[in-house]
Design a protein around this ligand. Structure first.
Ligand code: AMP
Ligand code: ZN
Length: 113
């Protein structure tokens, strides 16, 4: 677990975050710079640099399931939402600890930039 990883430090409680859900292997936190009325990040407690390193398909599925729970709890499941996993440079990943964005609460345009 890299000491310098921002999301590892949040998981360890060394940096504050607003936690909206938690399981034995993942947490969901509010994005500090929300791009939509609902913007939550679902991240595994274990350090994985990106989706490319997520070899456990079961874990990936459970992260998705937690993201859906978050969407329901935030009241956007019926109106609709988007799950995004930015991966590496062209994907726009800026924090290199796997995370699923849960975005909703307004219509989202397509395609992304
Ligand atoms: P990505 O660009 O896909 O790697 O997403 C990283 C996300 O982390 C961005 O949406 C940032 O706004 C968010 N972020 C950065 N620092 C924090 C923090 N301390 N707490 C919560 N979210 C953060
Ligand atoms: Zn990490």
């Amino acid at each position: 677990m890299p000491e310098t990883c921002l999301f590892c430090r949040i998981v360890q409680g060394e940096i504050p975050a607003t936690v909206v859900a938690s399981t034995d292997e993942a947490i969901a936190i509010r994005d500090i710079d929300a791009k939509a009325p609902v913007h939550v990040l679902v991240l595994p407690k274990q350090h994985l640099r990106s989706l490319n390193d997520a070899t456990d398909a079961g874990l990936v599925g459970r992260l998705m399931a937690l993201a859906v729970d978050v969407a329901r709890n935030e009241g956007i499941a019926d109106s609709g939402y988007r799950l995004v996993i930015n991966t590496n440079e062209h994907g726009g990943q800026t924090v290199h600890h796997l995370h699923v964005h849960v975005l909703g609460g307004r219509p989202l345009r397509w395609p992304p930039g």
